[in-house]
Design a binder for this molecule. Structure first.
Ligand SMILES: Cc1cc2nc3c(=O)[nH]c(=O)nc-3n(C[C@H](O)[C@H](O)[C@H](O)COP(=O)(O)OP(=O)(O)OC[C@H]3O[C@@H](n4cnc5c(N)ncnc54)[C@H](O)[C@@H]3O)c2cc1C
Length: 432
């Protein structure tokens, strides 16, 4: 690690990776700081798969680093259609950041931010063995939890506007040995127990989504065998036949920014995994020979803090398919809130053929002149956040921040002084 960098990015999830690759491509010196010993955040430690919808009429809305990651995963046979393995993502991210000259500091946490007025000067980073100060010109918070924004005493919001509740948590797991054709046949024949959005024209060469089995859940809950918080079993298939990624556990009432509560969530998540695996093996057609392969490294966190930025994307922007003159990313994924106790879940589609824009202001953090927020911690209201948090959009916002940071350094300007047309040119493949 050098003593100073053009751009320092905190958090190596898909947003931070997108920012790092783009800034590296544009010739900036980049430090990417990551808590774990590998990159990917929710995409790897959280074991999340597949990528949510990001194409309109067959044309991808997100290219650049996102396309690089996809290509690298396909080349390893670690991705088909939109589904991928965490190992493939980790390898892709490691090789691409190396290719574009990004210095990655693993097993490293941001613990302090030093400022001169509204200008950030240094970050203080800690491993288990050492604490170091590193100087930067531009900083990007890609921590998912707006940790840098918090440490820099910049403003943030958390959760629902009235109650402060954050979305339910989910510990992902993978199973193998599933007879996928049998599960599809069962779903086709018992549609009333499956979710409304299920499609039954199963194409086995693609990633299939199966969500329901509400009858099994209800009965097992009545017998007291599984948590009352389960709503349904949801899994998507993976590249290897018979394997599925399960987005099924439903952990409510716990705040992931509170140490005691996230610990409780991890414990609850593992209990729920074992409850549902046992139920599936015992009762559900197609799971007779299925087995648990693995659980995610950490419980999946959908929502915590969001930076207060110059523009806050709203649920209404998403619902109206709003377009902005200073667009930095485009998305076609709708509002998707996994409800807490006392809340209904919300899942809305963006109308077929339409999309919405993410504007530049939503990554420019208030009260700091050289700090951007991307991915899960960018500026939005709760409903807006629930849409833009998905992996392709998070990566595209990172791409824009990486490009803007590199332009500011090259031009000797602040991130607010760079002309939008220069940024639009640098990320033209995402905003045309
Ligand atoms: C259960 C669940 C299901 C989901 N399903 C889908 C889906 O099907 N499709 C889809 O496209 N999206 C899905 N999402 C959303 C998506 O996975 C995430 O919103 C997205 O991956 C967030 O990316 P990010 O880079 O913003 O943050 P993260 O992936 O959270 O990355 C943040 C990174 O910062 C690191 N970090 C944090 N603090 C520090 C610190 N102080 N110092 C150093 N490093 C730090 C973390 O270790 C992590 O690697 C799902 C999310 C969850 C939780």
């Amino acid at each position: 690690m050098k003593a100073s960098y053009d751009i320092i990015i905190i958090g190596g999830g898909i947003a931070g990776i997108g920012a790092a690759i783009k800034a590296g491509k544009e010739g900036a010196s980049v430090l990417l700081v990551e808590h774990y010993g590998f990159l990917g955040g929710m995409s790897t430690a959280g074991m999340v798969s597949p990528f949510m919808k990001y194409a309109v009429n067959g044309t991808p809305l997100v290219r650049g680093s996102f396309e690089d990651i996809e290509k690298a995963m396909r080349a390893q046979n670690g991705m088909i259609d939109t589904g991928f393995y965490a190992w493939a993502f980790r390898n892709a991210a490691a090789s691409l950041t190396a290719k574009y000259g990004v210095d990655v500091s693993y097993d490293t946490d941001l613990i302090e931010v030093k400022k001169d007025g509204e200008h950030i000067t240094y970050v203080v980073l800690a491993t288990a063995h050492q604490v170091v100060e590193v100087q930067g010109k531009i900083f990007i918070d890609a921590s998912g939890d707006a940790q840098m924004i918090d440490l820099a005493h910049c403003p943030w919001l958390k959760g629902d506007e009235k109650t402060g509740k954050t979305q339910a948590l989910t510990l992902f797991f993978r199973m193998g040995g599933i007879d996928v054709r049998k599960t599809c046949q069962y779903a086709s024949e018992h549609r009333k127990h499956f979710l409304d959005w299920m499609e039954y024209d199963f194409d086995y060469s693609k990633i299939l989504s199966i969500a329901g089995y509400k009858n099994f859940i209800k009965d097992a809950q009545a017998r007291g065998e599984i948590s009352k918080d389960f709503e349904y079993i949801f899994f998507t298939t993976l590249p290897k036949d018979g394997e599925g990624a399960f987005n099924t556990t439903n952990i409510r009432g716990l705040d992931p920014t509170n140490t005691a509560e996230i610990t409780e969530a991890e414990k609850e998540g593992h209990q729920q995994v074992h409850q549902i695996v046992a139920l599936a093996q015992k009762e559900i057609p197609g799971f007779e020979n299925a087995y648990l392969i693995d659980t995610a490294v950490q419980v999946g966190v959908r929502e915590t803090r969001r930076a207060v930025c110059e523009y806050m994307i709203t649920g209404s922007d998403i619902r109206k398919g709003r377009k902005f003159p200073d667009v930095i990313a485009r998305s076609c994924y709708g509002v998707d809130i996994h409800g807490q106790h006392g809340e209904d879940s919300v899942l809305e589609d963006v109308p077929e053929g339409d999309w919405y824009d993410v504007p530049l202001g939503s990554i420019l953090v208030q009260k700091a002149d050289n700090l951007m927020a991307i991915g899960r911690c960018m500026g939005s209201d709760r409903a807006g956040h629930s849409a833009i948090r998905v992996m392709p959009t998070a990566c595209a916002t990172g791409e824009a921040a990486g490009a803007l940071g590199a332009l500011a350094v090259k031009q000797g300007k602040t991130i607010r002084e760079v002309q939008y047309k220069d940024l639009a040119q640098a990320i033209s493949y995402n905003v045309k």
